[in-house]
Design a protein. Structure first.
Length: 328
């Protein structure tokens, strides 16, 4: 949230909207008495925050969530939206092989937004940041026609070389850590007007990225890595293009969980589509030299010399590979 420390006006009447409490009243509410990790040297309350960067480098990324596009408050509680916004960025830090250290949050919303909603968003942001060992160190608030959350995450490589999308080599294996397909299944359920099963719907509301697996992969010698935000095939295509290799995925290695199989049967869809093209689970997928895959990672394919394409069981899969905001 914003870094200014001005105090809200003191009042005795109930203040229920952002217009009632004002910008600085909101800031005080969402930053007071929050714990910070040791990497936060100076948190909210000044012109800028100060975050430790022991090896002289900072990994940084930004993501934007827009009400009506990335979330709906009739589908998700405010704290779930906050957690989702944080997770989308923290997973990107982990995908570089780094450890998250801090979040900066930009918020735009109508002045009649209930303060309870904004406190919920903030609670989710703080909770997800803490789960990854990071703090919320500053940001900004502005008025706008809808709720928009812009989150910037910072991270530390702890002396390691960053793992980019560009290092995959022919002969590497492709491995996955974390769940895929669950968020897409949950979104399909919500679009059909249902709110259960809860485990599937909640996967859309709050992803569960394997944050620790990013640094683990880097230490194990991962040659490339990316988080699955837009879909497994879409994100592996970025690796294929950046590395100049063919990525091959074996569907035999992708196990459809029984719960997803049940939901797919009820909806009349092929669950494999969720696994291959569903986004927002923020699992990590990486390439490794043979024999270097860490525990808890599952080999799902390999990299080979050839055109920068992704093959599924030896062929290019028809249809969209994942989410594209500007696709027609």
């Amino acid at each position: 949230m914003p870094t200014s420390s001005a105090s809200p006006s003191e009042g005795t009447e109930a203040m229920n909207t952002l217009g009632d409490v004002g910008e600085f009243g909101l800031i005080k509410r969402v930053t007071a008495d929050r714990e910070q990790p040791p990497t936060t040297l100076l948190g909210p309350g000044d012109d800028s925050a100060v975050v430790a960067a022991p090896d002289g480098r900072v990994v940084a990324c930004t993501d934007v969530l827009v009400e009506g596009v990335h979330f709906r408050l009739d589908w998700s509680a405010p704290d779930q939206v906050g957690r989702k916004a944080a997770a989308a960025n923290l997973a990107d830090i982990a995908a570089m092989g780094a450890v998250p250290t801090a979040l900066l949050v930009g918020l735009a919303c109508p002045r009649d937004t209930p303060v309870e909603t904004l406190e919920g968003l903030a609670a989710g942001l703080w909770a997800e940041a803490a789960s990854a060992g990071a703090g919320v160190v500053g940001g900004d608030v502005a008025s706008g026609p809808a709720i928009v959350l812009s989150v910037t995450a910072l991270g530390s490589l702890q002396g390691r070389v960053p793992v980019t999308r560009a290092g995959a080599q022919p002969g590497d294996v492709v491995a996955l850590c974390g769940r895929i397909g669950w968020a897409a299944a949950g979104l399909d359920v919500l679009h059909r007007g249902f709110r259960s099963p809860g485990a599937v719907v909640n996967a859309h509301r709050v992803p569960e990225p394997p944050y620790a697996a990013g640094p683990q992969a880097a230490q194990a010698g991962a040659t490339s890595m990316i988080d699955v935000s837009d879909g497994l095939l879409a994100d592996l295509a970025h690796v294929a293009e950046a590395s100049g290799v063919t990525i091959e995925v074996s569907t035999a290695a992708l196990v459809v969980p029984p719960r997803l199989a049940e939901v797919a049967s009820a909806l009349g869809v092929d669950p494999l589509g969720w696994l291959l093209t569903g986004g927002e689970d923020h699992a990590l997928v990486a390439t490794f030299p043979p024999g270097a895959v860490p525990e808890d990672w599952t080999v799902i394919g390999g990299a080979a010399a050839g055109d920068a394409v992704v093959l599924v069981d030896g062929a290019v899969r028809d249809g969209a590979a994942g989410w594209d905001h500007f696709a027609t």
